[in-house]
Ligand binder design. Sequence first.
Ligand SMILES: Cc1cc2nc3c(=O)[nH]c(=O)nc-3n(C[C@H](O)[C@H](O)[C@H](O)COP(=O)(O)OP(=O)(O)OC[C@H]3O[C@@H](n4cnc5c(N)ncnc54)[C@H](O)[C@@H]3O)c2cc1C
Length: 329
Amino acid sequence: MAIPESIDTSVTFEEARTTIPDLTSKLSDAYYNATISYFNRLTDEVWIFGVKPDDGPVSFVPGQYTSLGLGYWEPRIDDAIESDIDTQWSKLARRSYSVSSPMFTSDDYHADHGVADLARCEDLDDIEIYAVLVSPDGDFVPGLTPRLAMKNVGDRLFMGRKMAGRYDATAVDDPTAPLVFLSTGTGEAPQMAMIVELLRTGHTGPIVSVVTARHWSDLVYVDKNRALEKRFDNYTYLPIPTREPDVEKRYIQDVVRNDFTADKLGFELDPTNTHVFVCGNPDMIGLPDESGDQPVFPTTLGVSEILVERGFKLDKRKDPGNIHFEEFW
Ligand SMILES: Cc1cc2nc3c(=O)[nH]c(=O)nc-3n(C[C@H](O)[C@H](O)[C@H](O)COP(=O)(O)OP(=O)(O)OC[C@H]3O[C@@H](n4cnc5c(N)ncnc54)[C@H](O)[C@@H]3O)c2cc1C
């Protein structure tokens, strides 16, 4: 990832842009190692796209994340300008992205092919990413997604060669265990990767996935999840838009508190055998501050506090528990 010597990175961005020939292609050649293989713009702000690394597939455990990057020299969809662009323009804006799942390898996924056409992560040449556009807000200028918004099939980008994270389903050692997946927005990405793998490998215990997003159009995996539900009696998908006029506004915390009864859920939310996977907005997850003697939960009630009150335990590196979580910011 060496920048060609012909590029003087000490000059301002404006000077570089106007005086260095082929600046963009020189920097792209130096940094980028992957290609966008498909780009589905579900809305202007919500995208599912594939990333194909030049050096072949990178192995990962479903639930893990990679890093993607685009140069600060790239154009943005908005007219915001980073205040430090003159020192940053030759660098990459790099961010973490959970690997999602295309779920099925065939297009006629509403036909019941059992597990035969469920996507197997080891077999995929490209990884699927589910991302949303983050907009500037006052002094805050997001680095990557306004540049991703300009991209299309065939465009190049940087992808980290190492998958990371311990948010995965390896703790599930009982194929009959009840599993609950809770996510906001793009937090659904790692859930899909895990759920598909669990069903593909014969998990028979009940699996419930609750997902909230603002609008129906933001809930991009509904159709495929309905197909999954039809195939697997043990799978239930509950998508909840929070800003649709005809749908009661409910947050995941409301669902966990009010609807996670044996009657409504179909099984007991029993901390002795159930694993819960929570991903996305940190306010929804609501992790406690552990800097003092006792953990202090945030004033905004999160799912962690509700579950801990019901006997669940946060999963930590050296202290395993049954609430597995991934905060996206
Ligand atoms: C482990 C991990 C996995 C992640 N996986 C994904 C993923 O699969 N898909 C994805 O879209 N993002 C994911 N993110 C967030 C991602 O890394 C970027 O922060 C996000 O895409 C915005 O990038 P940006 O440079 O445009 O804005 P940044 O400069 O990164 O701005 C960060 C701010 O943007 C907002 N924000 C960040 N992510 C989101 C989001 N997903 N939805 C709504 N608002 C957000 C928050 O206000 C946050 O403070 C993940 C983050 C982590 C730590």
